[in-house]
Write a protein that binds this ligand. Structure first.
Ligand SMILES: Nc1ncnc2c1ncn2[C@@H]1O[C@H](COP(=O)(O)OP(=O)(O)OP(=O)(O)O)[C@@H](O)[C@H]1O
Length: 607
């Protein structure tokens, strides 16, 4: 017999699955919410009881038994206290469950992200991830804290009420329920209608696109100002706002007639009860029984509107929750870095790339195309080539940011796939082009390289990276929080902090991505000195943009279009590789580049 895979849960069912261990708390919150709903109904019936007494004794109100009045008033008071008490307990329990689920979901997502290859985190995925981890999880918390228990009571309240009304008088109960059924049928048919569902989805998607563009607009404000662009000239933002407003209009046109029927039917409830009540009243045997009954239906019938309206609002927010839950699931299902079944430790730092092939996309365009080379332990290798040649990709493959589609990369003869990811990272240090600093103290930022390091070791690393003096000039020295207290660092200074991190980590293999952006003379020489110190006695791969940096390297690899075009020392490449010679010439031209006087003359101010 064919094995049937269990169907993956979606929407609220999946949310309950994610709620995991907190299901008990949620069930408790729902039960208490039902009790609160029941307590909320009690006053309707005690008022009915009082009305009945008034009608029975209208000719002599003092004949109403005091004990009955006291009982009815007492019950109303107890019900009011019970409503408050159950409501509070339900809300506390659901909030506790919601915050626990929020915490567990975020931890689950963060743990998952830490197991994903670093290459997963591109600019686009980072934006989407922020939305899921921050907004979607928050929305789920809000939904669990408020809406789940409310939904249960929104269902329970009308069920209790209608059951009671049917017991009291089934004909008037039918008149009460009939318009409500029309309301539910009309709106749920609208929500289920593919066109209606599409207008909802469009509204959701265009709102997200608009929010994304607004954030981009605000982030890009300096560029927008420099280029003197106005809001109207930033076309994409205007278009996203127009798209959203068009989607809202489409949804409004679709739902307006249905909402019309909905509100008309809600109003018709009382209109039906009145004539039906009069007809029933004509044939009633006892006027004193009939009149309070009619008043009860007026009272309770009107009270049914609110839970139904809540139910409709909930039906809409459930859709948003389902979209958020699906996005969380997509992240949880991402492919993780395969952990080795048995972890082997490399005995040396010789590195080899053996016919390595890698493409970022399925379009087959190779970023690294059948590359083979070896880096000998304790040697320095320069990686050069035109922009887009594949240099960063080679470095990132060595760090397992991505998995090659073919070939293998080894350290000390061990395939990096067989080295535990933590061990690999212990052995390799990477200085990125753009160094990220966290909103933490300078010491905390450097300590990322080694959380066990002493303050003296942190300072020694900073001195080696030629950043100690800059740190000491900050308002609180090593305790200054970067980004606060007016403590900001330049791009070059940030890179030297990143170098200090690697000094502290002391990995035997180092990858350096030379930044060109902070190439003022002083910074450049400080960074070069720090690089040189860092490289001592290590196996080093430098992605060099200034060929001078790697002139003395043991080996230089020339990459172009993902292919290894040539390799050798600076001298041998000058003799053998035309591509390398062209790069050296271009570098020399760049180093002697000056703005010509003629250009200055041409650049007159616009009137
Ligand atoms: N995350 C990515 N997704 C898709 N393509 C990418 C990605 N990163 C790089 N590429 C592409 O892969 C190719 C190699 O890029 P890579 O960044 O390795 O070149 P590079 O030599 O380091 O360039 P540069 O000197 O400008 O930093 C380029 O065609 C680039 O567009």
């Amino acid at each position: 017999m064919k094995h049937k895979e269990p169907k993956a849960k979606a929407g609220l069912f999946r949310l309950m699955e994610l709620a995991g261990s907190r299901k008990g708390q949620l069930t408790g919150a729902c039960a208490l919410s039902v009790l609160a709903a029941a307590a909320r109904l009690v006053p309707f019936f005690t008022i009915y009881g009082l009305l009945r007494q008034i009608v029975l004794h209208y000719h002599n109100l003092s004949a109403i038994p005091m004990s009955t009045v006291l009982w009815l008033v007492g019950t109303t008071a107890v019900a009011a206290v019970a409503y408050g008490g159950f409501g509070f307990a339900s809300s506390s329990l659901s909030h506790r469950a919601a915050y626990n689920i929020l915490y567990e979901l975020r931890v689950q997502l963060m743990e998952k992200l830490s197991r994903l290859p670093a290459g997963y985190f591109t600019g686009t995925t980072q934006g989407a991830l922020k939305k899921v981890v921050q907004d979607d999880v928050e929305q789920i918390e809000e939904f669990i804290a408020h809406n789940i228990a409310d939904t249960v009571s929104a269902i329970a309240l009308p069920v209790f009420t209608l059951a009671y009304l049917f017991i009291m008088d089934w004909r008037l109960a039918l008149c009460t329920i009939f318009p409500l059924v029309i309301c539910i049928v009309v709106l749920s048919a609208g929500l289920k209608n593919p066109k209606g569902a599409k207008t909802q989805l469009d509204m959701h998607e265009t709102r997200e696109a608009m929010n994304g563009t607004i954030v981009e607009y605000v982030h890009g404000m300096p560029v927008i100002k420099v280029f003197n662009r106005t809001l109207s000239a930033f076309g994409r933002l205007g278009k996203s706002i127009d798209d959203f407003s068009a989607a809202v209009k489409r949804a409004a046109y679709f739902f307006a007639p249905r909402m019309g029927v909905y509100f008309a039917a809600m109003g018709a409830q009382l209109l039906l009860i009145l004539p039906a009540g009069l007809l029933i009243g004509l044939n009633a045997s006892s006027y004193t029984d009939f009149l309070p009954l009619l008043l009860l239906f007026f009272l309770v019938g009107a009270g049914l509107k609110e839970p139904l309206e809540n139910m409709m609002a909930l039906a809409l927010s459930t859709k948003n929750i389902a979209i958020g839950v699906a996005r969380i699931d997509k992240i949880l299902a991402e492919k993780e870095i395969a952990a080795p079944t048995s972890s082997v430790l490399p005995q040396s730092c010789d590195i080899t790339f053996d016919h390595v092939q890698f493409s970022y996309n399925e379009d087959g365009l190779m970023a690294v195309n059948d590359i083979s080379f070896a880096l000998r332990q304790n040697t320095i290798t320069g990686l050069v080539g035109p922009s887009g040649g594949g240099k960063s990709t080679v470095a990132q493959l060595l760090l397992r940011f991505y998995e090659p589609q073919a070939g293998r990369i080894t350290i000390g003869g061990v395939d990096i796939k067989d080295i535990a990811p933590g061990k690999l990272m212990e052995n390799v240090g990477y200085v990125f082009q753009d160094s990220v600093l966290f909103r933490d103290t300078v010491e905390g930022n450097i300590r990322m390289g080694n959380s066990e390091a002493t303050r003296a070791e942190v300072e020694a690393a900073a001195k080696a990276a030629a950043i100690h003096d800059v740190i000491m000039a900050l308002p609180m020295g090593y305790d200054t929080v970067i980004g606060e207290d007016n403590a900001y660092l330049s791009g070059g200074e940030k890179q030297r902090i990143a170098i200090a991190r690697v000094f502290l980590k002391k990995p035997p293999i180092i990858l350096l991505d030379e930044a060109t952006a902070y190439a003022d003379a002083e910074n450049e020489s400080l960074i070069q000195e720090a690089f040189a110190k860092l490289a001592e006695g290590k196996t080093v791969l430098i992605i060099a943009h200034r060929l001078k940096t790697i002139e003395n390297a043991d080996q230089i690899l020339v990459l172009d279009n993902g292919r290894l075009m040539a390799s050798g020392t600076h001298g041998s490449l000058l003799a053998s590789s035309a591509a390398y010679r062209r790069m050296v010439d271009a570098n020399e031209r760049r180093d002697t580049w000056r703005i010509r006087k003629t250009l200055r003359k041409e650049a007159a101010c616009h009137a």
